[in-house]
Ligand binder design. Structure first.
Ligand code: HMN
Length: 294
C-alpha cells in the first residue's frame, strides 16, 4: 500500500480521426509524463482517457501500450470499472497479468444501484482479481454518492485498499482520513490539491498533471512539509491555468498542449461522441500553452 502513494497522471489518450488509438502519440505522452513531468505513476483507463467510450479490446490495447512503454519505471493503476461487472473482472485480470500494481474501479453507474449492489460489485471484482483495488468515486460524473459508513463497509472488503476521491466535499474527506488512517486516499480534483494534502491524502490523480506536473509536484511536496503559504502561491497560478483550461474545454486544451509538448505532428483527436476542437479552441489553447506551460 505504501508503495502506491504519490502523484499520478490521469492518462490522456490521443485518438486518430477514425476513433482508433494514436499509439505513437500515446507512447509519447507516457514518456512525457515519466521523463519530463516526473510523476510517480499513471492511472490508465480513467475519465481523461475517454475510457467509457471504448470497447473492451481497445481498453486492453491501452493497458498493453502503457505497460510496454512504462516497464517498471513508475507505478501503474488500471481503471477497469464498468457497469458490466463481467467486463470489469476480465479487464482486472488482464491488467493484473500484465503486471499492473493495482486496479481501480468506478462505482457502477447509469442505473440507480443500491449501496448493497455497489458493495456486491466490488466484492465480485476483488474476489475474482488477485490485486489490490482502489474505489473510484466521482459523483459529478456518475451521480453515485458514497457516505462515510458506506466507505467503511467497502474498506472492509479484502483487497480494497483505498479510494480515489474526486469530490469537493472536504468535510467527508476529513472524516474519511480520520476514520481510516490505514487506507489510501487519492485526491481527484487538481484545483484542490493543496487543501487535500493539508487533509493528509496519500496522493493525487489528475488530468492537468499531464501538462502542469512540476507545479503540482511542488504543491504536493511543500504542503506535506507544512509550507502552506508557498504552496498556496503555486496553487494560485495553477488555478489560473486550470480555470483557463476549463473555460476553453478540458480535453481539447490538454490534448493541444500535449501535442505541442510531445512534438507530434498528427492532431490528438477526441473519441466520438466527444466533439473535435474548433479553430477558436485551438487558438486559445495555444495562448494558454504559451502563458503557463511552454
Ligand atoms: C480520471 O479518471 O481520468 C481522472 O482521475 C479524473 C480527474 O479526477 C479529473 N476529474 C474530472 O475530469 C472530473 C480532474 O483531474 C479534473 O480534470 C481537474 O481537476 C480539472 O477540474
Amino acid at each position: 500500500r505504501e508503495d502506491l502513494k504519490g502523484l499520478y497522471s490521469a492518462l490522456l489518450v490521443p485518438y486518430n480521426e477514425d476513433g482508433s488509438v494514436n499509439e505513437e502519440g500515446l507512447r509519447k505522452i507516457i514518456r512525457h509524463v515519466i521523463d519530463k513531468m516526473e510523476l510517480d505513476g499513471l492511472y490508465v483507463g480513467g475519465s481523461t482517457g475517454e475510457n467509457f467510450l471504448l470497447d473492451k479490446e481497445t481498453k486492453k490495447q491501452i493497458f498493453d501500450i502503457a505497460k510496454d512503454e512504462t516497464g517498471d519505471a513508475v507505478k501503474l493503476i488500471a481503471q477497469v470499472g464498468s457497469p458490466n461487472v463481467y467486463e470489469a473482472i476480465e479487464l482486472g485480470q488482464y491488467a493484473t497479468e500484465l503486471g499492473y500494481d493495482a486496479i481501480s474501479a468506478v462505482t457502477p453507474f447509469y442505473y440507480k444501484f443500491s449501496f448493497k449492489e455497489v458493495k456486491q460489485y466490488y466484492k465480485d471484482i476483488t474476489d475474482a482479481v488477485d490485486n489490490d483495488l482502489i474505489v473510484y468515486s466521482i459523483p459529478v460524473l456518475t451521480g453515485v454518492e458514497i457516505g462515510l459508513d458506506d466507505f467503511g463497509e467497502l474498506f472492509e472488503l479484502d483487497r480494497v485498499v483505498g479510494v480515489k476521491f474526486t469530490a469537493a466535499d472536504f468535510f467527508l474527506l476529513e472524516r474519511l482520513r480520520k476514520k481510516f488512517p490505514e487506507h489510501l486516499i487519492f485526491s481527484g480534483f487538481d484545483e484542490m490539491l493543496l487543501p487535500a494534502v493539508v487533509n493528509k491524502v496519500d496522493g493525487a490523480i489528475g488530468s492537468t498533471y499531464n501538462a502542469n506536473g512540476p507545479r503540482s509536484k511542488q504543491i504536493f511536496e511543500l504542503a506535506k512539509e507544512g509550507k502552506i503559504e508557498e504552496a498556496l502561491e503555486i496553487q494560485n497560478v495553477t488555478n489560473d491555468f486550470i480555470s483557463a483550461v476549463l473555460e476553453n474545454g478540458l480535453y481539447p486544451t490538454l490534448k493541444y498542449i500535449l501535442q505541442q509538448e510531445t512534438g507530434s505532428e498528427e492532431r490528438f483527436y477526441a473519441r466520438k461522441p466527444m466533439a473535435q476542437s474548433t479553430d477558436a479552441q485551438l487558438e486559445r489553447a495555444q495562448e494558454i500553452y504559451e502563458k503557463y506551460i511552454k
